[in-house]
Ligand binder design. Structure first.
Ligand code: HXC
Length: 278
């Protein structure tokens, strides 16, 4: 249903674009004609993904390492990107998360999540937004959130807080920056298994498992389904959607928040998980 040049020559930055859902979205954007910039912490991972997407799509893909927890690094990244011309779309995808009993979280552990998932995304949004507004260049911010914004989520409280904070940012800036030509949208994905997320959130379960009996549709999400929604939201087809979060979870959040099975874990199981990590 998408025209092959839907995103032609749009310059799109995907944070956390080297792996998982970030890479899946980047691949889809490139297939629709976009010019990609991928950032993440690991140069080798970024390089590999960038080379693969460039080879498949024939589109330029630049890999720029950046730890978005560092505001100076984010500023330097923006300077580097704008040297070649203005960005058109920022995708706030990078996030950190792990399951833990909340009473066992240290301040450093809480910050490890909040610094990436909330502060990092805000730094990126500010770096892009001030340049767009200063140059009167239209911009789009797509933030990848979570159904935890709708339900809260036990055992991943800092992540749920960060994602809800970004939803507030999306809605607030839609009003403040809309008149200045910047449109903000968000996606609330349910279960879309990736190696990184499953290692942190579903230890012991395979991300290859597609069957999800607790989901109203009986399955987990396919990466291309999320990537298609992202492509639509950053395209002119969605030009009048502003401040909105679209949920894509098979209807799961209407049935359960996604973490209830962890309530059945014993303290011994939690202690074993902590011991494995220390
Ligand atoms: C318990 C942990 C922990 C874990 C870190 N800590 N990982 N505690 N379980 N798995 C604690 C440490 O003990 C330490 O506290 C503090 O956090 C900082 O630890 P560091 O190792 O220095 O953290 P850091 O290098 O910042 O890395 C933390 C991280 C990392 C960002 C979470 O694991 C990471 O890079 N993960 C990969 C990205 C990721 O998480 N992907 C999954 C995203 S899924 P102390 O007090 O001991 O010093 C996702 C979906 C969201 O985002 C929506 C679904 C709900």
């Amino acid at each position: 249903m998408f025209l092959p040049d839907l995103l032609k020559d749009r310059r799109i930055l995907v944070t956390g674009g080297g792996t998982g859902l970030g890479a899946a979205m980047a691949r889809r954007f490139a297939g629709l004609g976009a010019t990609l910039i991928l950032c993440g912490r690991r140069q080798a991972v970024l390089d590999e993904t960038a080379a693969a997407i460039a080879a498949e799509s024939g589109r330029p893909v630049t890999a720029l390492p950046c730890d978005i927890r560092d505001p100076d690094a984010v500023e330097a990244l923006a300077e580097r990107i704008w040297q070649d011309g203005p960005l058109d779309v920022l995708v706030n995808n990078a996030a950190g998360n792990f399951i833990a009993q909340t009473e066992h979280l240290s301040a450093r552990a809480a910050d490890a999540i909040l610094n990436t998932s909330m502060h990092g995304a805000l730094y990126c949004t500010l770096a892009a937004g001030k340049r767009w507004i200063g140059a009167r260049h239209p911009g789009i911010v797509l933030s990848i959130l979570s159904t935890s914004t709708l339900t809260g989520r036990a055992f991943t409280v800092p992540s749920a807080m960060a994602k809800s904070g970004l939803l507030a940012m999306t809605r607030s800036l839609a009003v403040e920056w809309g008149p200045k030509g910047v449109r903000l949208v968000a996606i609330a994905p349910g279960p879309f298994p990736t190696a990184g997320a499953w290692q942190q959130l579903r230890p012991g379960e395979s991300p290859a498992q597609k069957h999800a009996p607790g989901n109203p549709l009986g399955r987990v999400g396919e990466h291309h389904e999320l990537a298609d929604l992202a492509a639509f939201l950053v395209s002119p087809m969605a030009g009048y959607i502003n401040g909105e979060m679209v949920t894509i979870d098979g209807g799961l959040h209407l049935r359960q928040s996604g973490a209830e099975d962890l309530l059945a874990w014993t303290d011994d199981q939690w202690a074993a998980l902590r011991a494995k990590r220390s």
